[in-house]
Design a protein around this ligand. Structure first.
Ligand code: PLP
Length: 426
């Protein structure tokens, strides 16, 4: 029943699942590892990818499938693959197209866990990375690209530096070199920005964040735009026979979504990295109210940023939605509907004073999380970005005094009052 003219709000609520006559109104949670068939040939065909269906939940599951379809529709992609976490999504998004000896250009302002994944764990698989400023010029980006480069990777809204990516600029350089632009769209969500419309080719998500929105389920998603020319000599695994799948050729046999089919057939199958059905069920329910929540997250974050900006105890505030933010030109282009619910600030008096403010908050909790309905705060330098070196922290835009606030959807007056009382003692 899906209509491609639906607005995002309708897609969020309605897409992914269409009940049959007399069927359950809500996509059921299919908590089953396996599926029964009446004849052996049907199962053999499924194994050969000759027909669609489910035979083992490590590869695919009806509940997870609905969530994948909903996110693909929200992003405007041809297919999506759900993973066990956002970390997993970012790792597999690259491993699906880059192997030992290959290279990736990434921005330096990534979430600390992603930097650590790239510089430590993926490095051990033989991938190398060059980090560039998220504000790099076309020339600087071009200079970082090597013959063995397989992708450019960036966050649309950096966590926690909150730098808005110039997606079109990055896509232009990537495409000029025959490379896909892979972007992590966790902070904006498709409600605030749809990166495919600006040239991105692959989108990743930590669905743990706003898509779930209620802090119940860790998960990730990789979305394929479709239409990328993988047959340019750089991606042999997509255009040559896959012997682990009876010689299928992803671009030939699955021209609409070769990247996603390869992802499922190889990485999800072999590593068992898929999303658990229960997590998909909860995350999908969260996604159904994404549009309503994001509006409030954005409004509250802007109002709290304006309040903090005027507060005598606050040294600085970073929120791209602030009128005087130097990022306004990029905001007007990429984040017209709002700048999401995360802001950063520093307290006059530095790290110690900031710690005191965090400890004094009563409503906003100290929590290693971001992007759920309850307001929380975190000190990246000593928490999420703890594994980074000092130089990496500077490159990531994380100053020692930076406090990250994930602004929830409570009443703004209560949030302001909480920060006001906490700052009073600073
Ligand atoms: N990408 C971004 C932008 C994140 O903020 C995070 C986690 O905070 C991740 C990826 C990793 O996601 P997960 O915690 O679901 O593995």
């Amino acid at each position: 029943m899906e209509q491609n003219h639906w607005k995002l709000e309708t897609i969020a609520v309605q897409s992914g699942y269409t009940p049959e006559n007399g069927g359950p109104r809500v996509q059921p949670l299919v908590q089953s590892t396996t599926y029964k068939y009446n004849d052996a040939q049907s199962v053999a065909d499924l194994f050969d990818l000759k027909r669609e269906g489910f035979f083992y939940t490590r590869l695919a599951n009806p509940t997870v499938d609905c969530f994948e379809k909903k996110i693909a529709a929200l992003e405007g992609g041809v297919a999506a693959v759900a993973t066990s976490s956002g970390q997993n999504a970012n790792a597999l998004a690259l491993l699906n197209i880059a192997r030992c000896g290959d290279h990736v250009v990434a921005v330096s302002s990534l979430y600390g866990g992603t930097v650590s994944l790239f510089t430590n764990t993926l490095k051990k698989t033989g991938l190398s990375f060059t980090f560039v400023s998220p504000e790099a010029s076309e020339e600087e980006l071009q200079a970082a690209i090597r013959p063995e480069t397989k992708a450019i990777f960036a966050e649309v809204l950096a966590n926690p530096a909150l730098i808005v990516l110039d997606i079109e600029k990055f896509a232009k350089v990537a495409h000029r070199n025959g490379l896909p632009l892979v972007v992590d769209n966790t902070f904006p969500t498709p409600f605030l920005c749809r990166p495919f419309e600006f040239g991105a080719d692959i989108i990743t998500h930590s669905t743990t964040k706003y898509l779930d929105g209620h802090a119940t389920s860790v998960g990730g998603m990789i979305v394929e735009k479709g239409g990328f020319n993988w047959n340019n000599g750089k991606f042999p695994e997509l255009v040559e026979p896959d012997e682990s799948y009876h010689g299928i050729v992803y671009t030939r046999d699955f021209p609409a979504c070769p990247y996603s089919v390869k992802m499922r057939a190889q990485w999800i199958r072999d590593l068992g990295s898929g999303m658990a059905p229960y997590n998909a069920f909860l995350s999908m329910m969260g996604t159904e109210t994404l549009h309503l929540r994001m509006e409030r997250h954005c409004a509250n974050a802007l109002a709290l940023a304006e309040f903090l900006e005027k507060h005598p105890k606050v040294g600085w505030v970073n929120y791209p939605g602030l009128k005087n933010s130097p990022q306004q030109p990029l905001v007007q282009k990429y984040l017209k509907r709002g700048c999401s619910g995360v802001l950063c600030f520093g307290v006059k008096g530095g790290v110690k004073a900031g710690e005191h403010v965090m400890d004094s908050l009563k409503l906003a909790a100290i929590a290693v999380h971001v992007a759920d309905i309850r307001t929380c705060v975190l000190h990246p330098a000593s928490m999420t970005h703890r594994q980074l070196t000092e130089a990496e922290l500077v490159a990531a835009g994380v100053s020692p005094d930076l406090i990250r606030v994930s602004v929830g959807i409570e009443h703004i007056d209560d949030l302001k009052a909480d920060f006001d009382q906490a700052l009073a003692g600073a």
